[in-house]
Design a binder for this molecule. Structure first.
Ligand code: URP
Ligand code: ZN
Ligand code: ZN
Length: 473
């Protein structure tokens, strides 16, 4: 076979099942050959000494999401997807937030207006349902799932977003019949509000009280409740951003009962703790996210969840706000009380290096698990596989060359996101992406943006776990 647009030669290909030496032939943006000794191509990319990985898929990122009065997210689609590409990602899945009273179509039109033409990696939207009216659930959601928006996040906390148990049951039911997977943010809102009021009454308003007013039982109880609600209507769910042992155990136990419950954890739960919120002055605000980072035992538990397969996906929950900014972490209200500090931290560019270094290099996980957790399982879970998430003939040529021995210290100055800090400042990692290719186009090479505007929106089919159950409706 000859006449490829591009070949990637001499590298070590890693998939979720195998590691092997071969060349990759690419034409029209897709992988058309995997074999030894490929030649005759327009472009030859020498991957000697590098790992050749499926591009990272980060299935949990927030971009340009409205976040309350006077608060502005630090990334738009240009900067977020640029950072994603530099971090070795070829697809990101941002959330399209339905505001109360808004139709889902209206919300999507707004997000597409921001995203289309401005992305450097592929994107595929999840929906956030904040107003699940009978019309939204009965008419709009099925139409949008048919159009390829086949996942929906619901919140059990946050004013303006949280749904009642009844609304969650109705959403789960509509998702089942229309073929969408529901992602759940599991924290008990009443418990948070009780603890928060008590803290404020006692004058405890510093950033560290964000963590102490969202303790583990808040997350464990809501995780258990979400799993129970999904069981009542017999539908799969994904519990996102799991931070600790007890919530992780809820997922494990549900699986043992045969429930189709998926789990996600994130870098902040492996390398940060609540002590990071307890730093001098207001600096703790840099680590305010929900659920909050916990303690060392919780980190160990999240690793256990990774190594035992409780967690299917490892995402960043990239949700960036600038620190030195009154529209960001230093919002005037946030300086009065932790209650108002915008929740979320940046991480789309550092997710892969952190997991590779802390996981693969430290012997906690093998390369196959790394690829599964950062790419393949995201594609399988959300209906993008095998177009995305693997290196196989017929798949999109979404490829990352990874230098497994390159040492870097994570620092704000080497990153490309719109935030003015990284919560991972100073963490030394081994392993770094050196080339990112999206559908056959080199987007980043050796630290330089090679091509812009490559990303397109991906319509998705029904996630497999949902289709399987929907057949029985
Ligand atoms: O604090 C966080 N995680 N902010 C992002 C929104 C969410 O709940 O995922
Ligand atoms: Zn969430
Ligand atoms: Zn999130």
């Amino acid at each position: 076979m000859s006449g490829f647009d591009t070949i990637v030669t001499g590298g070590t290909i890693v998939t979720a099942s195998d590691t092997f030496q071969a060349d990759i032939g690419i034409s029209d943006g897709r992988i058309v050959a995997i074999a030894e000794g490929l030649e005759s191509a327009g472009t030859v990319i020498d991957a000697s000494g590098k790992l050749v990985l499926p591009g990272g898929i980060d299935s949990h990122v927030h971009i340009s999401q409205p976040s309350g009065p006077g608060v502005v997210m630090a990334d738009d689609f240009d900067s977020a997807t640029r950072a994603a590409a530099f971090g070795g990602n070829t697809t990101v899945m941002p959330f399209c937030l339905q505001q109360k009273g808004q139709s889902l179509r209206e919300a999507l039109t707004w997000y597409h207006g921001l995203a289309d033409g401005n992305c450097h990696v592929d994107v595929s939207f999840h929906l956030i349902l904040s107003d699940p009216t009978p019309h939204v659930l009965g008419q709009e959601l099925p139409a949008l799932v048919a159009d390829g928006y086949s996942s929906v996040k619901v919140f059990m906390t946050y004013d303006g977003l949280k749904l009642s148990d009844r609304e969650i049951l109705e959403t789960l039911t509509a998702a089942k019949t229309s073929g969408a997977l529901v992602l759940v943010h599991a924290e008990n809102d009443d418990a948070i509000s009780f603890l928060r009021d008590r803290a404020e009454d006692a004058g405890d308003t510093a950033p560290k009280f964000h963590a102490s007013t969202r303790p583990v039982p808040v997350e464990r109880e809501a995780t258990h409740r979400a799993i129970s609600l999904a069981e009542i209507v017999d539908v799969p769910i994904m519990i996102v951003h799991v931070s600790n042992r007890e919530a992780m155990e809820e997922i494990r136990r549900a699986r043992e009962r045969g429930r189709p419950v998926f789990g996600e954890t994130c870098p902040q739960y492996l390398v940060l703790t609540a002590e990071d919120l307890d730093t001098a002055g207001f600096d703790g605000a840099k680590y305010v996210c929900s659920p909050p980072p916990r303690d060392t035992d919780s980190q160990i538990a999240c690793w256990e969840g990774i190594t035992t397969g409780v967690f299917d996906v490892f995402s960043s929950d990239h949700c960036p706000f600038r620190y030195e900014d009154v529209e960001g972490k230093k919002h005037p209200d946030g300086q009065k009380s932790f209650r108002w500090i915008p929740n979320g931290i940046p991480g789309v560019e550092t997710r892969l290096p952190i997991l590779f270094s802390e996981g693969v290099k430290k012997g906690r996980i093998d390369l196959q698990t790394f690829v599964a957790l950062t790419a393949t399982n995201h594609a399988k879970t959300y209906g993008l596989y095998p177009k995305k998430g693997t290196i196989a003939v017929g798949s999109d040529a979404d490829i990352v060359l990874w230098d497994p021995d390159r040492k870097e210290t994570i620092r704000q100055e080497i990153l490309h996101h719109g935030a003015d800090y990284t919560p991972y400042e100073g963490i030394a990692v081994t392993g770094w992406p050196v080339l990112t290719m999206v559908r056959g186009k080199v987007v980043v090479s050796d630290g330089v943006m090679a091509e812009t505007g490559t990303g397109v929106h991906l319509q998705r089919g029904s996630p497999a776990a949902v289709s399987a159950l929907a057949d029985n409706v």
